[in-house]
Design a binder for this molecule. Sequence first.
Ligand SMILES: [Zn+2]
Length: 230
Amino acid sequence: MFSERPDRLNGYIGTHVGAGAITPGEKSTSVIDRDATDAIFPGHPLVRITNTTHDVLIDLIYATPDNVAGQTIYQRPICLIHRDAVACLRRAVMRATEVGCRLKIFDAFRPQEAQVILWDTAPDKAYVADPRIGSNHTRGTAVDLTLADEAGQELDMGTAFDDMTSLSHHFCDKVPPLAQANRLLLMNIMESAGFRHIPHEWWHYALPEQDAYPLIASESLGTLNPMRGL
Ligand SMILES: [Zn+2]
């Protein structure tokens, strides 16, 4: 379900995505859309996501050298998503909580400079968006994540994050049944919250109609620029 809401703020015009059916008794999108902790920064549409403000676990893999590229891709572990995705994220957090789980985020907004490094170092470019086209992560509309239990222990998803093989594809029957079930649980949580999956990465979810969103230049982020310090 889409609800169009012209939203002009600081020169940025966005389209609110209120996807996902609201059941009786559930908070309406308008209530959870803009929390007091969803700080709006001038000049760009991104919202900073933290453990304390959004009740998620955050482990930004690309801010460490322990990732598929084998190097630190952005210097500062700042988790940002497009403000149109915040309501969906909050809904996903609620639904994960209902089944005794937490969301653990590996990557969200990804600067274009980081996308270039990932592209140049990717073992299989089928799993990385060509930076000449642009990644939905650079639009702020995509998030890479998994489920953890209440103690913070990651659920078994059958492969590690960024395993660029067919084992990472949804509905792959070569991973253990429990891992297949955990992937389906994550998909159910994220899709019912308004995100959409892609077939070949169990960890990647994004807003629908993401082509409507422009790429966001990291220079516009000021003090929130994850590339700062390079
Ligand atoms: Zn992704």
